[in-house]
Design a protein around this ligand. Structure first.
Ligand code: TRP
Length: 328
């Protein structure tokens, strides 16, 4: 029986943080272990939508991302790990898809509107940036993926991918499945300051942070401002440290919640407890990372093998696309 296929993608932002793990990676590993056929792609072309002036970090960041994937348990024996820009067929499919979608349709994309606002782009958005969900549709459909694990913000792009698949199938002949987005449940992971955890906001805990750095970061994390002394009753629902306990210290949640609210548990003790749990979780990570960092050839080898495998699938799809469209 043909296994259902999963395509997931992440931009090469460098060393990954806890938010990347809880929001995405943890789920990827679960899907791998449930027996789906997984393609994991580093979306390096997508990085150019914003960071196109200085491209020197893209390759080293790609390697850092792949190392963190492996540390999380992505197994290159089971899953294909590859880099978008090395499979040129994505670019050809992107070009063809770009004819099937209107500019106003792309401008209606809520995720893009938010990015334009956050980055203060106004009308200065590039042609490539406007079309980046079309490239994403090519990434997904070139592997005929059945499922795409994504954060909530990426769902509009999955919807667009489905529209493009339908339009192609209707115009030229039935070729593409309509993929489904798998939204990671409970994926909100606040940063140290309470905003969304994100590299650009400088509020992350890295999966590779050593214990001293981790300790110092957790000690500085945002807690309930109304809880000043030990006896003050706290509000765990607004506390970053509590959110982390929820993800990394589940069994103690009822007790922590109760004792924070009734003033028995102080923030320092609560943070120290969390630090212990996080160190236990991240310690093997550090060891694995050191292992891979000493074996960069192995990493390059895994990526090269993944690229070869991805290419075979992408080439076969493009043969079908050209045949179906009677061009090329
Ligand atoms: N746009 C995604 C992001 O910014 C990355 C991405 C590119 C992606 N291509 C993809 C995700 C294909 C899933 C499938 O996070």
């Amino acid at each position: 029986m043909k296994k259902d296929r999963v395509l997931s993608g992440m931009q090469p932002t460098g060393k990954l943080h806890l938010g990347n793990y809880v929001g995405a990676l943890e789920n990827w590993v679960k899907l791998q272990d449930e027996g789906y056929q997984n393609f994991h792609m580093v979306a390096d072309w997508h990085t150019l939508t914003v960071d196109y002036e200085d491209t020197r970090q893209i390759h080293p960041n790609t390697l850092d991302v792949v190392i963190d994937w492996l540390c999380a348990g992505i197994d290159p024996e089971k899953s294909v790990v590859f880099v978008q820009s090395r499979v040129k067929e994505h670019a050809e499919l992107h070009l063809l898809f770009s004819m099937l979608i209107t500019v106003p349709r792309l401008q209606r994309n809520p995720t893009l509107k938010e990015r334009i606002k956050d980055l203060h782009l106004g009308k200065n958005i590039s042609y490539g940036h406007l079309g980046y969900p079309v490239l994403q549709a090519a990434d997904i459909l070139i592997y005929k993926a059945d499922y795409v694990p994504v954060g909530e913000d990426q769902m509009p792009h999955i919807e667009l991918t489905r529209e493009i698949a339908r339009r192609f199938n209707y115009l030229y002949g039935n070729l593409f499945p309509e993929p489904e987005g798998l939204v990671t449940p409970f994926s909100r992971m606040p940063g140290l300051d309470g905003r969304k955890m994100s590299k650009s906001l400088g509020n992350t805990i890295l999966l590779s942070d050593p214990p001293e750095v981790l300790t110092q970061k957790v000690m500085s994390a945002f807690t309930d401002p109304e809880k000043i002394r030990l006896g003050d009753p706290g509000h765990p629902e607004i506390c970053v440290v509590f959110a982390y306990h929820r993800n990394f210290n589940q069994p103690e949640i009822p007790e922590i919640e109760r004792d924070c609210r009734n003033g028995k548990l102080g923030c320092v003790a609560c943070k120290k407890n969390l630090i212990q749990k996080l160190i236990a979780f991240l310690e093997p990570w550090g060891e694995k990372r050191r292992y891979y960092e000493d074996r960069m050839d192995e990493i390059e080898g895994i990526i090269e093998a993944g690229i070869e495998e991805a290419r075979q699938v992408a080439r076969a799809t493009m043969d079908e696309v050209r045949e179906t469209m009677k061009i090329g």
